[in-house]
Ligand binder design. Sequence first.
Ligand code: MOS
Length: 738
Amino acid sequence: MTEPQAAASTTYIGKARARIDGPLKVSGAARFTSDHHFPGMLYAVPVGATIAKGAIKAIDTSRARQMPGVRAVLKRGDLGPLSRVTPDFGAGLMVDEPRPPFADDVVRYYGQYVALVVADTFEEAKAAADAVAVAYAAETPNVDPHLVAESTKVVSERGDAAKGYAGAPVTVDARYAISPETHNPIETHATVATWDGDQLTLYETSQGVINHRNVLADMLGLPRDKVRVIAKFIGSGFGSKLWPWPQSPLAAAAAIKLGRPIKLVLSRPMMFHGVGHRPRIEQRVRLGADRDGKLVSLQQDYVNTTSVLDDYEENCGEATPHMYSVPNLRITAGLARRNIGTPTAMRGPGAVPGLFATESAMDELAVKLGIDPVTLHLINEPERDEGLGVPFSSRHLKECLTLGAEKFGWSKRNAEVGAMRRDGVTLGWGMATCSWIAARFDCTVSIELRDDGTVRVASASQDIGTGTYTVMAQMVAESLGIAIERVEVVIGDSGLPRGAISGGSMLTASLVAPIEEAIAAAGRALIAKAVQGADTPFRGINSDTLEFKRGCVARKGGAASAIPFNDVLRALKIASVSGEGAGQGSFGAAQPKVSSHSFGAHFVEVTWQPDILRLRVSRVVSVFDAGRIINPLAARNQIEGAIAMGIGMALFEGTEYDTRSGAPVNANLADYVVATNADVPALDVHFIEYPDFNLNPLGARGVGEIGLAGTAAAITNAIHHATGVRVRELPLKIEQLL
Ligand code: MOS
């Protein structure tokens, strides 16, 4: 086993650091999309279909058009042409619902936009939107929660899983279901579009400004350099803001048509219609094991709903092939179409629901075998990625398990159901492991070194609330040996060098190398000038004998001669020098030489009071192997938020669709319950830091999603330990525990 790399002494890397954008946010100075106002700006409110299947027969806009402040009521045929974009990740052209808004008169899901009202004020637009009369030929929608795959495919296979299962002395065969989860970032999706007759500028709630720019330019038939997407501050996204949704082209097309700035902000109920969700998922897991706990077969068959428009596959087998050592494995995927908007990635797509099923099944197997579940995991810990047939870049799940067990006090666990009590309540102790992919996206960064000692680092990436501004500043300050206050981070603008999306927990890892390269390039540019300038001590020196290190130009090997970049620039009477650095992505590589993932283990305690049917999550200890942690404060914040989301997933969150209208009936934050502070105990989060140098020079992976993976299973496993009830459908309904 390799030892954690002794970390070199650092000033900023690996040090807790409050958000550099924090003061802007708490003072209200940070402008989110909907905070943008422009002279002459109009407000747009979409009209959503009130059926989930059928056709629009007629739209009567006469009353709405006469209402106060109304400037336009737009429907099919009233906007300029909007083209369909074919989704293509590699080309930076991802879109979940490629059908352009108003493309035809067919209604495929409740809330599908059928018209757009534009008025002087939001209130006037809203009132007029309510007055648009739409006649439908309605059909009965299919929102049936019971899934039968319309087609299935094998997504991973090795050995003979059926034979292995048939011959196994101990087996588990269980079905798990997860209700549709709706993304509920605090900031709802919004677009503010301005058009000056030539240039379109979109203030957007976007996790990927470049992709958004590309899609909107292609949809609207505009050259890409005539479209600019700005997203300086984002009130989170969880995946729902990765790719454009129809509200954005609607706002843009309306701005172009009317020649006025348009603001379109979705209401909370609209968030449940057309900006994605994690679909309903049903999974069957079959495990076969020897009596000593060694897995001999694993089968996972999953089905998720998708829309009638698009194929969205929730990749529930993402973690399974590399999670356990098992010679025989088969994973199949299936889709079932429903009259519901197109699903999309939600925090930890695939792995999160997949691990709920496999880690529940592992717990069921542990109970059947009479083996402690931690031990069962240790028995089945693989030496290499048996799915890809390559070594792990760095896998320290065993240490996550042993450290977590120690911190939690797992050795005191009495395995008997309901046998543990404290202060008159029953305790349940459960655990689960987790994994999330680690990779990089293509990413470009520019650096400007200035004569006043400040540095500008820029990239068309975004900070969705995760701390990107701060970690970028940390990396630059560390590398240049300057105070972090001297770093200006400029992101969230498609006009900047092509950056990466804020997605897949991959942005930080994607930024490391290009930042280093951009700094090196700026240093080379500075040296090139320094050897020519009149007033520097480097004049006339062969530039090959100079180096740029820790923000200083120096003779190689001669630290004494080091001169800070700002002094060199001032001597040269040059305001600044710049450099650009590009990093190549590793995500989706056809034949990776190593398997790169983060790992972790959750240990959960629930308290159970059967007399008053009260179940609480009372304690969580989680340990992660997520590479080098650049900012422990920001990282813990990500993990804590994700665990809170896992508590919501296990106990509260589920979108319910009315079987007659197809409408999401709990489309608000009163009825769609997310975990609040009162539901979340103090969380004990630990990182074991093994830098993953296969990924980038700092060895940093990413921490945005892994905290959610495994959490729900750890909770339901604890519930089983407390109550004897196996919760196989999320969220828990308390009556299941009666
Ligand atoms: Mo994440 S689901 O890639 O925002």
